[in-house]
Design a binder for this molecule. Structure first.
Ligand code: FAD
Ligand code: NAD
Length: 160
């Protein structure tokens, strides 16, 4: 099996899109990520997976904190920007929660302290204990088969 086959299979799992944010050495940093799951209710834990190649890895190791910002379908450009997919450079103005930078108008901002971590192959899994949550308005940006999308509610007509 080659890498493309693996990625094509993983791409069949439709996800939302997040920007992970943190503050390290006085600088805010953001990175697009779809590897995210809710882990536990008591205590409240979530999981993210960060590539060994991502600058974000050292930043979270330094700060011990991160926020998961769940993007709305109006925020595709944030996803592309924080994945390094935009040609132009942009300045991003963050909101702040508990000293952590967060994306304005995201569907949810979930602020976490790193509870534990596990190196898994070429990624590091961070389990975060949720400390604070803020909600925004809108519908989710989605990612499926390597493409962005959005949720369309179907009108169901019953034929009599
Ligand atoms: P960089 O590549 O240096 O930064 C990313 C971009 O954000 C750059 O354009 C940078 O200018 C900008 N940026 C960062 N901080 C700021 C700031 N303060 N102000 C303004 N701009 C800023 N990788 C994973 O490891 N795990 C995943 O779960 C994951 N999921 C992904 C899902 C999708 C849909 C996509 C498109 C990519 C995903 N990636 C994932 C890949 C990851 O987003 C990219 O490899 C990313 O470029 C790695 O970021 P970096 O930390 O190395 O930082
Ligand atoms: P793609 O076809 O590479 O992504 C489809 C799925 O494959 C993703 O949703 C993810 O589940 C998986 N995947 C892709 N790259 C991975 C990696 N390096 N490690 C673990 N799982 C991975 O979609 P694309 O549009 O070509 O992706 C854009 C870029 O973002 C690529 O460089 C890709 O590697 C990266 N990306 C990385 C991750 C990740 O590290 N977890 C997740 C998604 C996308």
């Amino acid at each position: 099996m080659d890498d493309r086959t693996f990625r094509n299979a993983m791409g069949k799992f439709a996800t939302g899109v997040n920007v992970i944010t943190t503050l390290a050495d006085g600088e805010a940093h953001g990175m697009t990520a779809n590897a995210f799951m809710s882990v536990s209710l008591n205590p409240r834990l979530v999981l993210i997976s960060i590539s060994e190649k991502a600058r974000m890895l050292d930043k979270i190791n330094t700060s011990g904190k991160f926020a998961v910002n769940i993007l709305s379908d109006a925020q595709k450009e944030y996803s592309m920007h924080f994945a390094g997919q935009m040609k132009e450079t942009h300045t991003v103005e963050f909101d702040w929660m508990d000293g952590v930078p967060v994306i304005k108008n995201a569907l949810a901002n979930i602020v976490c302290n790193v509870q534990s971590k596990q190196i898994a192959g070429d990624h590091t899994l961070f389990i975060g204990e949720v400390k604070d949550i803020n909600f925004g308005e809108g519908k989710p940006l989605t990612f499926y088969e390597g493409k962005y999308g959005e949720i369309v509610e179907k009108e169901i007509r019953q034929e009599i």
